[in-house]
Design a protein around this ligand. Structure first.
Ligand code: MG
Length: 166
């Protein structure tokens, strides 16, 4: 699958990668975003802690590095990943990046969520995102959009995130 993709570090280029993730929301689950636990009655359902921000970012980083996507390293059917912390997924991605001799320069994430309202938490979320990825705080960006009440996200049944990594 990856045989024809030149790893970024091998060609000395700056590369970008795009990541996306979506999780269903359920009552009584913890809500983890960008490595922070938020106070909210609903949280993301998933095999891990359901951190859509870190999952989208991980796919963006792997994409930029030509390494595929997190499902290849953490198959959802693998019982060992049940309850895994998304921070551990990030640590594995960073390990693989380092093995290539590549380094992460910047992350930009857009969360799509009807609730909770994230604007008051922007600074905390951005700092946490940077910290989890081992970036200086000025090398990570996080913002949020509502889904204008439309569809599953608009009804608060799901949260999605898009990420771009350099
Ligand atoms: Mg996910």
């Amino acid at each position: 699958f990856l045989g024809e993709l030149l790893p970024a570090a091998a060609c000395g280029e700056t590369r970008t990668g795009l990541g996306f993730d979506i999780h269903r929301m359920a009552e009584g689950r913890e809500l983890w975003l960008a490595g922070l636990k938020l106070d909210h009655p609903k949280g993301c359902v998933g095999h891990s802690d359901g951190d859509v921000v870190l999952h989208a970012a991980a796919d963006a980083v792997l994409g930029a590095a030509g390494l595929g996507e997190i499902g290849m390293f953490f198959p959802p059917e693998d019982p060992k990943i049940k309850g895994i912390k998304s921070r551990d997924i990030v640590a594995e991605v960073l390990k693989r990046l380092e093995a290539l001799g590549a380094s992460l320069m910047h992350l930009d994430v857009t969360v799509v969520a009807e609730e909770p309202k994230l604007k008051p938490r922007y600074e905390a979320l951005r700092k946490s995102l940077a910290q989890v990825w081992g970036l200086e705080p000025g090398r990570a960006s996080l913002k949020a959009k509502s889904h204008e009440g439309l569809g599953e996200i608009g009804r608060g049944e799901a949260i999605a995130a898009y990420a771009v990594a350099t």
